[in-house]
Design a protein around this ligand. Sequence first.
Ligand code: ATP
Ligand code: MG
Length: 597
Amino acid sequence: MSDTKNTPAHEAVKPANFLRAIIERDLEAGTYAHRPFGGTPGDAAHHAAGQPDPAKVRLRFPPEPNGYLHVGHAKSICLNFGLARDYGGVCHLRFDDTNPEKEEQEYVDAIEEMVKWLGWDWNAFGTPHLYYASNYFDFMYRAAETLIERGQAYVDEQTPEEMRANRGDFTTPGTNSPFRDRTVAENLARFREMRDGRHADGSMVLRAKIDMASPNINLRDPAIYRIRRATHHNTGDKWCIYPMYTFAHPIEDALERITHSICTLEFEDQRPFYDWLLENLADAGLLAHPLPKQYEFGRLNLSYVVTSKRKLKQLVDEKHVSGWDDPRMPTLAGMRRRGYTPAAVRKMADDTGASKTNAWIDYSVLDIALRADLEEQAPRAMAVIDPVKLKLTNYAEVFGSAEHREPCSAPAHPHHPELGQRSFSLGPELWIEREDFAEVPPKGFFRLFPGNKVRLKYGYVIECTGCEKDADGSVTAVTATVLPDTKSGTPGADAVKVKGVLTWVGVHDGVAAEIRLFDRLFTEAQPDAGGRDFLSVLNPGSKKIVQGYLEPSLAHAPPEARYQFERHGYFVTDRLDHRADAPVINRITGLRDSWAK
Ligand code: ATP
Ligand code: MG
């Protein structure tokens, strides 16, 4: 175990996860035992001068700070930090910020906040393992010159079109560039000119010199440096050349002494280049053995959700949602605001394991995880979401006065008596759900209709006598009479048998609230399948705002307080808009999966 405080404790049951087997094998074989670690990222000499690494394994979560984290990233975070926790290692948070144009401080801050919210901590063994790839630009430049000196890289001045045409395809080998056989001196001079701003953006690139006939197209002399005049959020205008991702990423891993570099399946074909590059730089004495190894797993795809930062950004920019933290967004910021708990997100990540295929997971796994977390801890409360008034016409007679308030109570949680009781009271007028009354009951309807008796939960049995209507014929109030001596919990209360039990809130003590009812953002399980425009399947009913009433125990609820509203599901007070004097409540999810067939 690392010495982290915040890190969630080891969770008991582990689903199939081939990455565990790999790490266990490496630990058994001692592959990474007795490695020195320089205390900070660095080259071979830096680490050689260090101490034995206290971390048994090193993993990393390497987001590009070009957007907010989404549920797919949560999967990767929990996988990497979870493996580090379980195997006595460390997980680094590394901003993969080698692309100057799209990266912003706002995203850096939001990413840090969400990793912490999920419960993970990059502080371990007395050091914060928070790194920026852009701090390695000097080393990357040195690595590029080293490859040139070894005759393993060259400056190519072909146009992008020529390069594309000469790359070949799956059936045709590529054609060597006319610039491929330049001398080392010529290549070094040209590369330094690129660095010094002597050439236009896009006019030439540095390429690794491997094999234009390789069956793996990624080994056909991949570009490793390009010219791009753009201000970088960390290095400013120091550089006008930037490393390509495929070159930068393995180097970042090696400098940080990552042992297991876990990525998604689309990088599988990059692995031979990853190994080629690191082995050559180790040969040249720049990097230390044992080198990191890349392993690929299937990305998480959740039904009814898009997990591409570009598409999420489009939803925000075009105002289809209120922002990155709109409660319908599959961003961690959105899921947090919606009311999902960090434990639920971690459980979803754990329950979906790690495999070698890109599986589609049903969105309900998240709701199942949420219910598993909240069922045991969320206080219960009654709320009326679609209110209609219930008038108890004999109230004054039964209780002696219309002003009388009959105290009622219920456990805050049915399995946790230590959480105490909640109290509320009965009066002559109550709010009930509109759907709990039918003038003409459909078959099997056990709730209010004229002549039928039901129990007011934690209260009395009442008998429906009819309703009041407006000029249009819609019901404005339901009327009923109270049966004396039927109060829940008093002797003889069960003498009158009823089939229906209604939730309710007193008109006199209910708290008016804005209730936001969210639903899936898309109407199709795979919104962007087959190149479909995902905006064409936006669910127009994904957000409904209603005015409802809450029982008085919620009068002073703080923001981000979660409840189970009896019969309705799980709700949370909105972390931004909720005020004690003007409650705003989000529905997280129902008590069961209403979408299941
Ligand atoms: P996007 O396509 O949304 O931009 P990305 O993969 O480009 O996502 P990065 O910031 O580069 O975003 O991702 C950081 C890490 O998260 C990477 O290691 C990536 O493999 C992982 N990741 C991203 N999406 C998923 C997903 N759906 N399932 C599992 N891991 C993911
Ligand atoms: Mg990416």
